[in-house]
Design a protein around this ligand. Structure first.
Ligand SMILES: Nc1ncnc2c1ncn2[C@@H]1O[C@H](COP(=O)(O)OP(=O)(O)O)[C@@H](O)[C@H]1O
Ligand SMILES: [Mg+2]
Length: 222
């Protein structure tokens, strides 16, 4: 780990005007390259909103946010930033049901200039690394919740992102399967030298990280 900030956020504010909600109320946060941090807080505290800002899925109203050297307050199209820099893992895996595990993993590579052969090979390697090498031609509906989440993890890694954003990745799993997924994320963090930001409302999940950031009512409390 070096000392370079991969995320630097200052006084970030996000309002949902119509709902009269201030989802992020002056966030200041620095995350170092290669860190494993968790963002913990009760439901509605602003965790997902903050994660979506870091992943350029949504834009803030005020403040500044730099991610991998990019100023995300600029008004522009961030799709190439997202596909190169960010791997997303959600609570519900968001896999496409009629595509195979391998095809689902390849989706983010469609935006790169990789050949079909390279995509198939990369998907196969990643599915093997999450212990699904023998399931790569199966569709998600034939697989368990834990297996689907492992496909989602492989998909998040496919373009060698510098940051993985995981929003309640174990929230839909039983605790045993959840532990397997958390252990897998920890191993990936160690092996791939990737920055891992994990959102959770559960303390025992948050504790897997090297640093816990606590949120309440749109603010960071510790
Ligand atoms: N699209 C939206 N429209 C209106 N309010 C929203 C929207 N998304 C989130 N919020 C509100 O913003 C606050 C923070 O939500 P969220 O970031 O989803 O919290 P968490 O992930 O910690 O549960 C909540 O009060 C929520 O109701
Ligand atoms: Mg949330």
């Amino acid at each position: 780990m070096n000392n370079e900030n991969i995320v630097k956020i200052e006084n970030l504010i996000k309002r949902y005007d119509q709902a009269g909600v201030i989802a992020l109320d002056g966030i200041n946060l620095e995350i170092k390259k290669g860190e494993f941090v968790s963002i913990m807080g009760p439901s509605g505290s602003g965790k997902s909103t903050l994660l979506n800002m870091i992943g350029a899925l949504d834009q803030a109203d005020e403040g500044s946010i730099l991610v991998s050297g990019q100023n995300l307050m600029e008004k522009k199209d961030f799709s190439s930033f997202r596909s190169k820099e960010i791997g997303f893992i959600f609570q519900l895996h968001n896999l496409i049901p009629n595509l195979t595990a391998s095809e689902n993993v390849q989706i983010p590579m469609l935006q790169t200039d990789a050949s079909d052969e390279e995509m198939v090979k990369r998907a196969s390697e990643l599915l093997t690394s999450v212990n699904l090498g023998n399931r790569k031609d199966q569709v998600p509906t034939k697989l368990s919740g834990g297996e689907r989440q492992r496909i989602a993890i492989a998909r998040a890694l496919v373009n060698h992102p510098s940051i993985i954003l995981a929003d309640e990745p174990t929230g839909a799993l039983d605790s045993k399967m959840g532990d397997i997924i958390l252990e897998l994320l920890r191993v990936i963090h160690e092996k791939e030298n990737v920055t891992l930001i994990l959102v959770t409302h559960e303390e025992y999940v948050a504790e897997k990280a090297d640093r816990i950031i606590s949120m309440m009512d749109g603010k960071i409390t510790s």
